[in-house]
Design a protein around this ligand. Structure first.
Ligand code: MG
Length: 353
């Protein structure tokens, strides 16, 4: 990128363009710390330093209130979920507010009350933070940075012990993207596209015939149920760039192919219809209350059963598997052919988180 080139909205949209920005600008300056068990270069959902799982996430969703959620709930769920998908038990959060001049105290209180409710749901606390105010501009009310720490749990150790029954060469102590191997089954915990479409409807004042609600939710308890069963090697929340982006990250980091079946991917009918109307691929739209789980083949049915027994995971499906037949992400379509699912350029909907 030349000197005159500047950041555009697509650089924050979670796809190939954002990945290039991180690789070209962020890693050369901020990478290189050798003391992390899981460090910046791994580009996983969180890092591990001195046994502590550590994550920071900024939230700039517009508008700050949308069907099914708001920026406060999103900030708690986003950070909790990134800690939980490494297999950690979230412990405490740090919250940095950037408030825009003119934000009403009633809106601020609404966000804080929602944040508190989400913390109670996830069983975590905000223990430190910061507040700044900026002049009226384009923030849309406020921006929230949420950092968090998590620690090892008995459930994680049990899960890894189950993995090692089926895979003797499994050295890692955490659930990481790179762990996926040919033969592993891939489970999706529920419908995709709901969050992005809910935010888009609020941004554009669109009515879709039925009210599409965001799925934003802390998933640490559901993930705990899954780890209690065991056999999970990789786990990820398919946020910006959606399912397609998350699967491509796995494929690249683990150097393995992934084959999914279109007819197995749960999508609400109204979300599908709205996406068709808008020319958007629901598989590239961000989610905030779903996980994809890579699990050793022999444990896949049991993990699916445990997911289906939870409220958040009742629509879970085994959507595909990792394979060494090829090294990219492909989908068997409902009409029978196969098509490649390349890494999206970026999420089709701006500022969804
Ligand atoms: Mg994530």
């Amino acid at each position: 990128m030349s000197e005159s080139e500047r950041v555009t909205m697509i650089h924050g949209a979670g796809g190939a363009v954002m990945a290039k920005l991180i690789e070209k600008y962020v890693l050369p300056y901020l990478g290189g710390f050798k003391g992390a068990e899981v460090g910046l270069e791994v580009l996983d959902d969180a890092a591990v330093v001195d046994g502590v799982v550590f994550k920071s996430d900024s939230h700039a969703v517009r508008p700050i209130f949308f069907p099914g959620g708001d920026i406060g709930r999103l900030a708690v769920a986003g950070t909790v979920n990134d800690l939980a998908v490494l297999g950690a038990k979230p412990v405490a959060l740090a919250c940095g507010f950037v408030l825009e001049e003119g934000l009403t105290f009633s809106d601020l209180e609404r966000v804080l009350a929602s944040m508190k409710a989400a913390c109670e749901e996830a069983d975590v606390f905000v223990v430190t933070g910061d507040t700044k105010v900026v002049e009226k501009g384009s923030l849309g009310g406020l921006v929230v940075n949420m950092s968090g720490i998590g620690r090892r749990s008995k459930a994680l150790d049990h899960n890894l012990a189950v993995v090692r029954k089926y895979r003797s060469q499994f050295g890692t102590r955490w659930i990481l993207d790179k762990n996926l191997q040919a033969g592993d089954k891939i489970i999706l915990s529920g419908t995709v596209g709901d969050h992005g479409l809910a935010v888009l409807s609020a941004q554009e004042g669109l009515a879709f015939g039925s009210r599409i609600m965001s799925d934003v939710k802390p998933l640490n308890h559901m993930i705990g149920e899954v780890l209690d069963v065991g056999g999970v090697v990789s786990m990820k929340d398919p946020t910006r760039g959606g399912l397609t982006n998350a699967l491509n990250e796995w494929s690249k980091k683990a150097s393995v192919g992934i084959l999914v079946h279109e007819d197995k991917i749960p999508i609400r009918k109204d979300v599908q219809a709205a996406c068709e109307m808008l020319g958007i691929d629901p598989l590239e739209v961000g989610n905030e209350g779903k996980v994809i789980v890579g699990v050793v083949e022999k444990m896949a049915e049991k993990v699916l059963e445990a997911l289906k027994a939870t409220d958040e995971g009742k629509d879970a499906e085994i959507i595909g598997k990792a394979t060494d037949e090829f090294d990219l992400v492909a989908m068997e379509t409902v009409v029978g052919g196969r098509r490649i699912l390349p890494t999206p350029v970026g999420d089709p909907i701006p500022r969804i988180c």
